[in-house]
Design a protein around this ligand. Structure first.
Ligand SMILES: Cc1cc2nc3c(=O)[nH]c(=O)nc-3n(C[C@H](O)[C@H](O)[C@H](O)COP(=O)(O)OP(=O)(O)OC[C@H]3O[C@@H](n4cnc5c(N)ncnc54)[C@H](O)[C@@H]3O)c2cc1C
Length: 570
């Protein structure tokens, strides 16, 4: 929809009631809810089916059986979160879970089945019941394609390969977005009464991550820049089992199907760390156990341990874990039917994100957040496997309904403010592309991400985190003097990578600053210099805000509920 005339080619403004940034499961699900009532469009930097949701392997949680219940699911989630999750949000997540799974099944997702024809469920880490529904080890692929088909059926408008460059704020509300059209290099303004950020996680702030290369947390950084805080950023999930050498995820489903972890002495070691749950303890605990085995000299080549599936047999591996087998064969030259898989922990999930309530409302009216980009918070200090796909579908619907309510009384936004912002972004990008001599993008990105791996990893301490903050400051200064070496307007991927790096710098600082200030160990955040949980001081969400002096941290209360805060044992 053009508001400006043709002759103002580079000054087009598009107008929609609601704009969603991100075409992963969460963005698509919000759009489906909205499309029945409003003019909604999705902006996405890659075609929808390339969103990281497509890579999800292991499954999606829902209490579907009579001997399971949403209360049991909620308890596992709250305990898994080390009591930092907001319990009112967890109740929505777990109560709505069966509905979300069955809705997607009716849309066409081909879930694996039990012999009697029910949706099959496997055990997952930290769960007191085998409640993870799966489609072999390609659950995200199935869910995303099915959900995308529904979006197509409703005729939702997509702006594919548009990179959101800023959110536009007019006084105290959101009025739109600016975006770079990657194919042409044109910067466009979009006016909208409501904007939903569904840009996924930011795993690529770390060098060794299971995340897609596009997971740079753009939407979170854009929100931070219009004054919206980020919440609980220090809580970064390290998945215990990523493939040695490439960091590709080896799903928790492999342990759910009965896989064992072995150290270099050939010993199954989880009994020492989680005697009841063993390999199916929550991820933070298993990741620390593997790192401890390696640090104490019981790893292979001082780096990794083995995940052994050989006793499961060929038939089971081929039926339940075919994708994992392919990954091992192609990327490590190992067939897990015959040999154990070399694994080590790697960055996997961002528990933190845009501060919002259980309906996706942020502190800026009209701006909503959902999915991995959001922090509602249902995962607290440690997410349980299978709860994240669930979050995208459950809260996609909930947030869609809240946006409809908001649109009922929202005023039309000012085109002028959006146009002025698009002009500012055009000038900024021009300045970025013309510089011929300066710092190298690749070197800055590597320096930042390796510092996060080295200094803000599974085990943390104040000295290391300060080292990370020093590197982040150097990268920030280096970025000011960046030379892209690529001036073409069309498909300028150097420019895209640079804009991503700019976002990653703010996110890295939020993570490191949050980690420095949180002087306790809780869930995935483990401070060797403060090894105990300190509920008196830190049973709180952290909030990161951007100030002229850098990231500042403050705290707010957790919404407690029916489950009493206790010590976490497995
Ligand atoms: C390898 C892997 C396996 C996983 N397995 C499981 C599992 O088995 N079970 C489970 O529960 N969870 C799993 N997860 C986590 C889960 O898949 C994700 O948290 C979830 O799919 C995120 O969905 P999303 O919609 O929030 O974001 P994504 O699917 O990441 O989509 C983000 C969207 O934002 C768009 N975008 C980003 N930046 C911009 C920008 N600047 N401009 C325009 N568009 C932008 C992208 O184009 C994309 O469409 C897994 C994650 C990984 C990495």
């Amino acid at each position: 929809m053009y508001i400006y005339s043709e002759e103002e080619k580079n000054r087009v403004i598009y107008d929609h009631d609601a704009l969603i940034i991100g075409a992963g499961l969460s963005g698509l699900r919000v759009a489906i809810e909205l499309a029945q009532k409003h003019d909604v469009a999705i902006l996405t930097k890659v075609q929808a089916l390339r969103s990281h949701s497509v890579a999800a392997q292991g499954g999606i949680n829902a209490a579907l059986r009579e001997d399971d219940s949403w209360e049991m699911h909620a308890f596992d989630t709250v305990k898994g979160s080390d009591y930092l999750a907001d319990q009112d949000a967890v109740e929505i997540l777990t109560q709505e879970a069966p509905r979300a799974v069955i809705e997607n099944e009716l849309w066409g997702t081909a879930f694996s089945r039990t012999p009697t024809g029910n949706i099959a469920q496997r055990p997952f880490g930290g769960a007191g019941y085998p409640r993870t529904c799966y489609a072999a080890d390609r659950t995200g692929h199935n869910l995303l394609h099915t959900t995308f088909e529904q979006a197509m059926r409703l005729g939702i408008k997509f702006y594919d390969e548009f990179f959101a460059t800023s959110l536009v704020r007019d006084d105290n509300r959101i009025v739109g977005v600016t975006a770079l059209e990657i194919s042409s290099g044109a910067v466009h303004g979009f006016t909208a009464k409501a904007v939903v950020v569904a840009t996924g996680g930011f795993g690529r702030v770390y060098a060794r991550s299971t995340n897609a290369l596009i997971n740079t947390g753009d939407g979170c950084a854009l929100a931070l820049r219009v004054g919206v805080p980020l919440k609980d950023m220090e809580f970064v999930q390290f998945h215990p089992t990523t493939l040695y050498g490439s960091s590709i995820l080896i799903t928790e489903g492999a342990r759910g199907e009965g896989g064992h972890l072995l150290n270099a002495k050939g010993k199954r070691f989880m009994g020492k760390y989680a005697p009841d749950k063993m390999e199916l303890a929550p991820r933070d605990i298993v990741a620390r156990a593997i790192r401890t085995e390696v640090l104490e000299g019981r790893g292979f080549e001082g780096r990794y341990v083995h995940l052994d599936l050989t006793h499961l047999g060929k038939d089971r591996i081929m039926e339940r874990l075919p994708g994992i087998r392919e990954i091992c064969v192609h990327f490590a030259g190992i067939d897990p039917i015959d040999e154990p898989i070399p694994v080590l922990p790697g960055q996997h999930y961002s528990m933190g994100g845009i501060d919002c309530d259980k309906y996706g409302n942020t502190t800026l009216p009209g701006l909503f957040a959902v999915g991995e980009a959001a922090c509602m918070s249902v995962h607290g200090a440690n997410r349980l496997g299978g709860n994240s796909l669930l979050e995208t579908l459950v809260f996609g619907r909930v947030v869609g309904q809240k946006v409809i309510e908001y649109l009922g009384s929202a005023k039309s936004p000012s085109k002028q403010v959006v146009d002025d912002e698009a002009y500012r972004i055009r000038e900024k990008l021009q300045t970025m592309t013309i510089k011929e001599q300066g710092e190298s993008l690749h070197e800055l990105r590597t320096k930042l991400t390796e510092a996060m791996d080295d200094y803000v990893g599974v085990f943390r301490n104040a000295n290391d985190i300060k080292k990370a903050l020093k590197v982040i400051r150097e990268v920030r200064i280096g970025f000011e003097n960046l030379a892209l070496g690529e001036m073409d307007q069309r498909f300028n991927y150097s420019l895209i990578r640079a804009l991503e790096l700019e976002n990653m710098i703010d996110l890295a600082e939020s993570i490191a600053q949050g980690a420095l200030m949180r002087k306790e160990s809780r869930g995935a955040h483990w401070r060797v210099d403060y090894p105990n949980r300190n509920d008196e001081k830190f049973l709180k969400h952290s909030l990161a805000t951007l100030t002229p002096e850098g990231i500042k941290i403050s705290y707010k209360d957790v919404n407690l509920g029916r489950f009493e805060v206790k010590e976490r044992m497995y």
